[in-house]
Design a protein around this ligand. Structure first.
Ligand SMILES: [Zn+2]
Length: 180
């Protein structure tokens, strides 16, 4: 089959070639299945492609791989787009829940499932349209200062604080290491 995995009305299809070329019990294989199982539950009658894939990766990375806060530190609205879907959209949704509405994904999921989702749903739920929300996302931007240090903002709850980090460490920042 083409690709790694996909879900249709008749089930989840997974590439045997992909799975057997990896060592047994590869966590990525389980994460892939969690993503596809989410598509089974989604059964959307509307929605947007990027959002459908973003919610599937949100479930995978928040509840199974438990690394969504790390992903949220890695996205940068200056060189990426939520329309890239998958982990970028998942991290965006996580950030929006932290900043705007703790229940956002459940609401977007329900609206996509019953066919009432529109792109304006973001404005209704978060107060601003989705493109403006994306641009307002404060990434872990490195603004080089003296030496090899960069100035970074944290994306987690204590967002208003800022931290000096080594530039090379910026992408491995995790909430808790610098914030609490
Ligand atoms: Zn998918």
């Amino acid at each position: 089959m083409q690709g790694i995995a996909y879900t249709t009305n008749d089930g989840i299809h997974i590439s045997e070639e992909w799975v057997t070329k990896n060592p047994p019990n590869n966590p990525n294989d389980y994460g892939m299945v969690v993503h596809e199982l989410t598509h089974v539950v989604q059964d959307y009658k509307g929605g947007d492609g990027w959002l459908t894939e973003g919610i599937a990766d949100y479930v995978r990375h928040k509840y199974f791989e438990k690394d969504i806060d790390k992903l949220a530190h890695q996205i940068n609205p200056d060189n990426s787009s939520y329309k890239q879907a998958y982990t970028t959209a998942a991290a965006f949704l996580f950030w929006l829940e932290e900043k705007k509405d703790k229940d956002l994904v459940r609401k977007l999921n329900a609206a996509s499932h019953d066919g009432t989702y529109k792109v304006e749903s973001f404005k209704q739920l978060c107060g601003t349209d989705v493109d403006a929300l994306w641009k307002s996302l404060t990434p872990l931007r490195g603004t080089p200062t003296a030496g090899n240090r960069a100035f970074a903002f944290c994306l987690c709850a204590c967002h208003t604080k800022s931290y000096n980090v080594f530039r090379g460490d910026a992408l491995s920042l995790v909430p808790g290491k610098f914030c609490r």
